[in-house]
Design a protein around this ligand. Structure first.
Ligand SMILES: [Zn+2]
Ligand SMILES: [Zn+2]
Length: 242
C-alpha cells in the first residue's frame, strides 16, 4: 500500500516522457485513457437475458421465470452480484495484467469496468453504507504486493463517496480455485473468511467488491459472514464475470 503513491508519481513522470499508448495494441492514445477506441469496443458487455442473482448470461431468448444453473441447488447469500463485462478477450487480459503482472496502473481501467456495474438497475437506485473488498489471505497479499479488490474498492469509494473498509479477513490459505468444480469450491471456501476484530456491520447495507466473479462462491461465502454478523443487505459488484 505504501508503494502506491510512489507508483502514481512514477506513472505521472513516465507519461510526461512517453506519450500514452493503448494497454493492448500500443497505439498512441489521448492522455487519461488506457485503451484506443478500437480495443475499447472489444470489451464484451453482459446483455440481457441474464440471471438476476448472479448475472450469468443466457444464450437465446428467455421468457417467464427461470432458475440459473449456476444458482440452482445451492443457497446464495448475496442479494445480487452484478458485472457489466465478460471476463474474456481484452478484459481478461487486462485484469490478468493488473492482478498477476504487477501492472498496477491498469487498476484505473479495471475500476472503470467495475463502475459500469453500478449502472445496472439492480444497483442504480441503491444506497450503500459501506464498501467491503473481498480479502486475500495475508500470505497471498504479501506475495502479490497488494489486494486487487482493495484497490478497486478504494477507487470506487472515491467515486461514489461511500467509505471502503476491509472488514473481512481471510483465515484459510486456500489453493487456487481455478481447477475446482463448484462443489469443491464451496468446500474449499468453508470457514475461509471471518469478520475482523472490532468490525461492526449490524444494520449496514454492504457493497462487496471483487475483481472477477467466477461461480460466485467466494462472494456468497463473504456475504454469509456479513449477514450472520447483522448486515441488512449484501450486494456485490465485480469488474468482470467469467
Ligand atoms: Zn488498442
Ligand atoms: Zn444465477
Amino acid at each position: 500500500m505504501i508503494a502506491l503513491p510512489k507508483l502514481d508519481l512514477l506513472t505521472a513522470i513516465t507519461s510526461l516522457l512517453y506519450p500514452p499508448v493503448c494497454a493492448i495494441c500500443r497505439a498512441n492514445i489521448r492522455g487519461g485513457q488506457h485503451l484506443c477506441d478500437q480495443c475499447d469496443t472489444k470489451a464484451i458487455r453482459i446483455v440481457a437475458p441474464f440471471c438476476q442473482t448472479c448475472s450469468e448470461p443466457f444464450e437465446g431468448a428467455i421468457t417467464g421465470a427461470f432458475t440459473c444453473a449456476n444458482c440452482a441447488h445451492r443457497t446464495i447469500h448475496f442479494d445480487a452480484a452484478v458485472a457489466a463485462y465478460r471476463s474474456r478477450g481484452i478484459v481478461r487480459e487486462i485484469v490478468h495484467g493488473f492482478k498477476y503482472g504487477r501492472q498496477i496502473y491498469l487498476r484505473h481501467l479495471v475500476a472503470r469496468w467495475l463502475y459500469a456495474a453500478l449502472n445496472d438497475e439492480r444497483l442504480r437506485e441503491r444506497r450503500f453504507d459501506i464498501i467491503v473488498p473481498v480479502p486475500l489471505h495475508p500470505t497471498r497479499e504479501r506475495e502479490r504486493g497488494f489486494n486487487q479488490a482493495s484497490l478497486l474498492a478504494e477507487s470506487l469509494s472515491a467515486q461514489i463517496s461511500t467509505p471502503s473498509k476491509p472488514l473481512l479477513e481471510r483465515i484459510r490459505y486456500t489453493t487456487t480455485q481455478t481447477a475446482l468444480d463448484r462443489a469443491e469450491r464451496m468446500e474449499n471456501l468453508h470457514n475461509a473468511f471471518r469478520l475482523r476484530k472490532n468490525a461492526d456491520v449490524r444494520g449496514l447495507r454492504v457493497l462487496l467488491i471483487d475483481d472477477v466473479l467466477t461461480t460466485g462462491s467466494t462472494l456468497s461465502e463473504c456475504a454469509r459472514v456479513l449477514k450472520r454478523a447483522g448486515a441488512t443487505s449484501v450486494h456485490a459488484a465485480t469488474a468482470a464475470r467469467a
